[in-house]
Design a protein. Structure first.
Length: 512
């Protein structure tokens, strides 16, 4: 039974808490910090590498150390939120993230930087699911939930692009260290605000003992998977270590599922993912993120290397996409969420985003930003914003309060794993197409300038090929949503007489 349903007659519902909208401000601020950090450091990486004497072979660990810790520990972080309480996990995650950011900004060596990034990942894995699950248990009214998740979805979708702008500004006008230090005021404000404002509904904790085998198997399995894709990008798909990591990941994750089906208090109750709506959300969101993150990478390189944009100009070039996401999430998604089924928003949303990608496949060396990139970004932003908003809400919709943290962690896990896969998979496809193009055309280039032109044409050809794959992935995500997600409008309440706690968790019910 939900915390709302368990209240005494006449007691105010959580949706009546006057502080819930203030709490949303601090939750959104924390989410923005986490999402920003995923891209802001990338812009600063060349400067940090030079200052700290990090070799080309080791520079990837600035990104990989964070990705491994964050992706591997998300399920554990979600379970900690359910056990400790979301508010406590949220404030602890913010405090730890700020301390790790201070360590990264003060780094004097590569090893110190890698350690700081890993610590950021550890506390981020606690913070992210706690933030989302707080929204899930604090906003139970359908219309308010739509507005809250619209704001959250817009930040989750657009924050990464904002990171490019902020990273470029801080690196160019201050110092790369400020891409770490900037997290500290974000974290302090969010933590203090959360401590004094957030009032988590009672009765929603899962006080069962920790599933240690599940923690170990899931963490090792996800770390192997993320690291496998990271190595595939740098060392190739046929590399023995890469193949070994994928095999190990498959074995560990299968063992995890078997374990979760047998233990009394699982880390990830299978009822959370076997519900067709939540399962469809996790799968479609992961596939869409593969397309989106890979395209961010290509677009950044296209604008800076091919078109000669500065880091700051590149960041501002992403603004139309952010605007599109804000409109799609807070206007289209929020206004229609309580009127139409989620798949009627998510399916078309993914297809509109695919249309934007389709425009982007037409890029050439001489393509203008206004005629090709701008409309593509607007369509991509509108589509993803419209799809993200109901996805974020439905991923935790109808789940028992005691499972809210772990259900939220699955959203972040699908995004994190999708991001790792997207960067590696699409980059490999692009590199292969580029190599093939250059091999076929370099013989006709008789001068150095012609050879450079062929190489640039090859790079753009590779980007276009990879973006075609991204188009297909977004269409696949739309098909999955239409096939699996069948939840009705959020303002409809399904009553199941005699349903047990586990049965209730599989029904999209919001107790008012």
């Amino acid at each position: 039974m939900s915390a709302t349903a368990a209240q005494a007659p006449g007691a105010p519902a959580p949706s009546g808490d006057a502080n819930r909208w203030k709490a949303l401000v601090f939750i959104a601020l924390a989410q923005l910090m986490v999402v920003l950090d995923a891209t802001i450091v990338n812009i600063a990486l060349p400067s940090a590498q030079t200052d700290l004497g990090i070799s080309d072979g080791n520079r990837q660990w600035v990104v990989t150390a964070y990705a491994l810790a964050f992706g591997g520990l998300l399920l554990f972080g979600g379970r900690i939120a359910d056990l400790w309480g979301r508010k406590r996990a949220f404030v602890t995650g913010l405090t730890g993230f700020a301390a790790a950011s201070a360590l990264g900004g003060a780094a004097t060596s590569g090893a110190m930087m890698f350690g700081a990034r890993a610590l950021q990942g550890v506390f981020g894995a606690m913070l992210a699911p706690a933030a989302l699950s707080l929204l899930a248990v604090m906003f139970t009214d359908a219309k308010e939930r739509a507005k809250a998740f619209g704001i959250y979805g817009a930040i989750a979708g657009g924050g990464g692009a904002v990171g490019f702008i902020l990273g470029g500004v801080l690196t160019e006008y201050l110092d790369w260290r400020w891409t770490f230090f900037v997290n500290i005021p974000f974290a302090i404000v969010a933590a203090l605000g959360a401590y004094f404002v957030i009032r988590e509904p009672e009765g929603g904790r899962n006080r069962n003992p920790l599933d240690i085998p599940g923690v170990l198997l899931s963490t090792l399995g996800l770390v192997s998977l993320v690291y496998g894709f990271t190595r595939a990008e740098s060392d190739g798909w046929g590399d023995a270590t890469t193949v070994g990591l994928f095999v190990a990941s498959a074995v560990l994750l299968v063992a995890f599922v078997v374990t979760e089906a047998r233990v009394k208090a699982p880390l990830l109750p299978l009822r959370v993912v076997l519900d067709r709506n939540r399962g469809g959300i996790y799968l479609s969101l992961g596939i869409a993120i593969i397309a989106m993150f890979g395209t961010f990478l290509f677009l950044t390189y296209y604008l800076q290397v091919i078109k000669g944009f500065s880091p700051i100009k590149t960041g501002f070039a992403f603004l139309p996409m952010i605007a599109g996401m804000m409109v799609g999430s807070t206007q289209i998604g929020t206004r229609l969420m309580t009127r139409v089924p989620a798949r009627a928003l998510m399916g078309p949303g993914f297809l509109v985003a695919a249309g934007g990608m389709l425009v982007m496949t037409q890029i050439e060396i001489g393509s203008s930003y206004a005629s090709t990139i701008l409309p593509a970004m607007v369509l991509l932003g509108l589509g993803m914003g419209t799809a993200f908003m109901p996805a974020m809400s439905l991923a935790t919709y109808g789940v028992e309060p005691r499972d809210a943290g772990v259900a939220s962690a699955m959203v972040n896990t699908s995004q994190q794993v999708g991001g790792a896969i997207g960067t590696a998979l699409l980059n490999t496809i692009a590199a292969s197409a580029t190599t093939s193009y250059i091999k076929d055309h370099i013989a006709t280039a008789t001068s150095k300038s012609q050879q450079q032109l062929v190489q640039m044409e090859g790079a753009v050809h590779g980007y276009a090929n990879a973006i075609w794959v991204a188009v297909g992935m977004l269409v696949l995500a739309a098909v999955i949503v239409v096939s699996l997600v069948n939840a009705g409008k959020p303002d409809t309440t399904t009553v199941s007489s005699g349903a047990g706690a586990e049965d209730e968790a599989a029904v999209p019910v919001v107790a008012h």
